[in-house]
Write a protein that binds this ligand. Structure first.
Ligand code: AMP
Ligand code: TRP
Length: 326
C-alpha cells in the first residue's frame, strides 16, 4: 500500500477552505493509502502562540480530523512534536537548502510582511524544510493539500532529489494531490482573495465551528457575479464558481451536474440551497466533533505517536548511515 501524509497547523479555528481543500480529500483517500495525519505544532510556533491556546488547539485539530471521518483504527493521527525525528531531519534538510530557495516562497513573503516591525523569524524562513522532513520521514508517496501548499511541495521534491543525488537513494519523491475544483476556496465577500482565518471580516469565511444559522446567513450574503447564470468559470465568474466548488465538495455532485441542475434557476434559489447544505453539514459535523472528549483524543494521539515514531526511527537510521554520521 502506498503512503499518504498531510498535516494542519494548530493555530486557531479551521474554516471551510481547510476542510474542502485538504481534509475532505483525506477522508476520501484513507481507504486507498496507508495514511498519516499530523497536527504540525512545530509549524504553528513559527509565529507567536499563547501556550494555553496552543495546547487546546492541538487537541481541537485532532478532533476535527476525527469529526471529518478519519478512522483512527486505520490512519495514524499524531502530534508532530511527539516524534522528534521531524526536527532532526528538518535540520539535515536545511543543510542542503539554499537561503534563496526559501526566500522565494510566497507564504514566507506574505508572512514576513505581517512581521514588519521586528522582521520575520528564522523559523518562518525554514518552515518548508521542516515540512519536507514531515513528508520524507515516512517515505510518503502522496500529499493531499490545498493550492497554497503546492510551492512548498515543489521545493520538497527538489530537496528529495538533491538529497538522493548527494547521498544515494534514500527518500521517495512525493506527488502532490490537489482538488480540481476547491483547491483554493475564496473569501465569500471577495472572490479575488482566498478564504482565510486571518481575514478581518468574519463574513468572508465560514468556520467549521460557526453556528449553522450564522453560516446560512453568510452564504446568503456572499457576493455573486453580474449576470444571473450559474456557470463554472473561475476567471470570468469567480464568485459563483467559488460557490459551485463549495456546493460540489459538500454534496459530492460534480460541478457539471450542478450546472445542469441550476440551469434555469436564479442565484437566489441556488444560494438558498447551498446555505441549507452548508448549515446541515455544519450541524452534523459539530455533533460528531462534540462526541470526542479530550481524554479520548489524547489516547488516539499517543497511540499514533508510537506508530509514527517507529517508522521515523527506521528512516533516520538509513539517513544517518547514508550521511556518514554513523
Ligand atoms: P493551514 O491552515 O494554513 O495549516 O492550512 C491547512 C490546509 O488547508 C492546507 O492544505 C492548505 O492548503 C488548505 N487551505 C487553507 N486555506 C485554503 C483555502 N482557502 N482553500 C483551499 N484550501 C485551503
Ligand atoms: N505547511 C502546511 C500548511 O501551512 C502544513 C504542513 C506542515 C503540511 N507539514 C506538512 C502539509 C506536510 C502537508 C504535508 O498548511
Amino acid at each position: 500500500m502506498k503512503t499518504l501524509f498531510s498535516g494542519i497547523k494548530p493555530s486557531g479555528d479551521l474554516h471551510l477552505g481547510n476542510y474542502i481543500g485538504a481534509i475532505s480529500q483525506w477522508t476520501a483517500l484513507q481507504e486507498k493509502y496507508k495514511c498519516l495525519f499530523c497536527v504540525v505544532d512545530y509549524h504553528a510556533i513559527t509565529v507567536k502562540q499563547d501556550p494555553k491556546a496552543l495546547r487546546k488547539s492541538i487537541l481541537d485539530i485532532a478532533r476535527v480530523y476525527l469529526a471529518a471521518g478519519i478512522n483512527p483504527k486505520k490512519a495514524i493521527i499524531f502530534q508532530q512534536s511527539d516524534v522528534s525525528e521531524h526536527t532532526e531531519l528538518g535540520w539535515i534538510l536545511n543543510t542542503i537548502t539554499k537561503v534563496a530557495e526559501l526566500e522565494k516562497m510566497t507564504q514566507y513573503k506574505d508572512k514576513a510582511r505581517d512581521e514588519k516591525k521586528e522582521g520575520p523569524g528564522a523559523g518562518l524562513l525554514n518552515y518548508p524544510t521542516l515540512m519536507a522532513a514531515d513528508i520524507l520521514l515516512y517515505h510518503t508517496d502522496v500529499v493531499p493539500v490545498g493550492h497554497d501548499q503546492m510551492q512548498h511541495l515543489e521545493l520538497t521534491r527538489l530537496l528529495t532529489k538533491r538529497f538522493n543525488t548527494n547521498y544515494g537513494t534514500t527518500f521517495t519523491v512525493p506527488e502532490t494531490i490537489v482538488r480540481k475544483e476547491g483547491a483554493r476556496i475564496m473569501a465569500l465577500d471577495n472572490p479575488a482573495k482566498k478564504m482565510s482565518k486571518s481575514s478581518q471580516s468574519p463574513n468572508s469565511y465560514i468556520a467549521l465551528l460557526d453556528e449553522p444559522m450564522v453560516a446560512h446567513k453568510k452564504i446568503k450574503r456572499a457576493v455573486t457575479d453580474s449576470d444571473n447564470k450559474i456557470k463554472y468559470d473561475p476567471d470570468k465568474k469567480a464568485a459563483i464558481s467559488n460557490l459551485l466548488a463549495i456546493y460540489s465538495a459538500l454534496s459530492n455532485k460534480s460541478v457539471k451536474e450542478l450546472e445542469i441542475l441550476y440551469e434555469d434557476k436564479s442565484y437566489g434559489e441556488f444560494k438558498e440551497d447551498l446555505a441549507n447544505l452548508v448549515a446541515n453539514f455544519l450541524t452534523e459535523f459539530q455533533a460528531r466533533y462534540k462526541k470526542y472528549s479530550d481524554k479520548e483524543v489524547k489516547k488516539i494521539l499517543n497511540k499514533g505517536a508510537k506508530e509514527a515514531k517507529a517508522m521515523a526511527e527506521k528512516t533516520m537510521k538509513l539517513v544517518k548511515k547514508n550521511l556518514g554520521v554513523n
